[in-house]
Design a protein around this ligand. Structure first.
Ligand code: WQD
Length: 345
């Protein structure tokens, strides 16, 4: 059993990863300043596990605050670093806030890992580092192209920092995990994505279906794809979570080829926006109210993963299909609606 610090532990993927880590026998502490995470998520994880997970409400971009956590816990074996801002449009409006927060928190975490001898780190990255990839499916060796947003740029910079840090200090290991499109919610419907004003497709679909929105817009059906709408590699958040547990376990066992390996976390299947909506309508039995609109600036037309490296080296295999992703997303939206104070309880 290892003791793992999960930064961003009150967020969407962080909370699901805490559940997976504990279910796989690890001890977990969380650090989340709740600027984007929700305290209630920590409580819901505790209810789900029947175990309290201590969350330290610290701003990791503040070196003093972050250091106190490591002084209080000098027996951490590994760190899974999720804590970052991740809204693409917000990063376009507030680039410096993104560079300050996302880069400073990573550098602080690595400096403290070094000072306190925590030699196993998993870094939360994103398929957005690829930009508009030339070849599909995308492999980890695909070149990083011009980032579509400051958010994506902070992930490219973050990966570069991890690569150069581990080159300078070979006894430190960092696993870089590039998520494609995380969607869905835990099968229990006790935890899921909490975002009152989501920008991503799936929560917009479920909020439209439950009546929180009158309708939604499909951003373009005139692309060169099978039905004209954009193609993405949607991956269930619980599959993403389990990949983190496996990556940390392989790192702790020194079982990975190098000390800064990168892995794509996607299903390997491309799904169009209209196909996703059809899957949602099938599992919900509802007709979704949507209109066809113009293209959204910055959208990549098609992207989906070659995930064979993660399957081979992490022993990871995604298990949720698109209909189950939609079913769990819908169950979560309905659970939120039944909760008296919604996302605050
Ligand atoms: C998916 C598709 C939209 C909303 C983002 C981030 C990326 C990563 C994953 C963190 C696109 C279409 C959407 C709507 C629509 N996040 N859409 N109507 O943009 O692929 O990726 O999440 O790492 O960094 O950029 O996800 O869910 O916003 O869009 O038609 O109301 O759904 O045009 O084709 P995206 P998304």
């Amino acid at each position: 059993m290892a003791k793992i610090l999960v930064t961003g532990g009150c967020g969407y993927i962080g909370s699901h990863t805490i559940v997976d880590l504990v279910e796989n026998g690890h001890e977990v502490i969380s650090a989340d300043n709740l600027s984007r995470g929700f305290a209630v998520m920590n409580q819901r994880v505790a209810d789900l596990l029947g175990l309290e997970i201590v969350n330290y409400q610290v701003d990791l971009s503040d070196r003093i605050q972050a250091r106190q956590l490591f002084e209080d816990h000098n027996d951490i074996d590994g760190i899974i670093h999720f804590a970052a801002y991740k809204s693409v449009p917000e990063s376009v409006e507030q680039p410096l806030m993104y560079y300050r927060n996302n880069i400073d928190s990573l550098v602080n975490v690595l400096e403290l890992a070094q000072e306190f001898g925590v030699k196993n780190v998993v870094f939360s990255s994103s398929c957005s580092v690829y930009g508009n990839a030339d070849e599909l499916p995308v492999t980890e060796s695909a070149p990083m192209k011009e980032a579509e947003s400051p958010y994506a740029h902070t992930k490219q910079i973050g990966e570069g920092i991890c690569a150069r840090f581990t080159k300078a200090f070979p006894d430190f290991k960092i696993v870089l995990l590039r998520y494609f499109n995380p969607v869905g919610a835990h099968a229990s419907a006790k935890i899921g994505e909490m975002n009152k004003r989501p920008e991503n497709l799936v929560p917009i679909v479920t909020q439209t279906a439950i009546g929180l929105r009158d309708s939604m817009t499909v951003f373009g059906t005139d692309y060169d794809t099978k039905d004209g709408s954009c193609v993405r590699d949607y991956i269930h958040v619980s599959d993403i979570a389990h990949a983190h547990t496996l990556a940390m376990q392989q790192s702790l066992k020194n079982a990975l080829p190098g000390n800064c390996e990168v892995y794509n976390l996607g299903t390997g299947e491309g799904v169009t926006v209209l196909e996703l909506i059809a899957a949602f309508e099938k599992v919900s039995g509802l007709k979704l109210n949507y209109t066809i609109g113009g293209r959204r600036a910055g959208d990549v037309i098609k992207v989906y993963a070659n995930n064979s490296k993660a399957e081979k080296e992490l022993g990871w295999k995604p298990v949720y299909d698109i209909e189950t992703m939609m079913q769990t997303a819908w169950a979560w939206e309905k659970a939120l609606a039944e909760t008296p104070a919604g996302m605050d309880s």
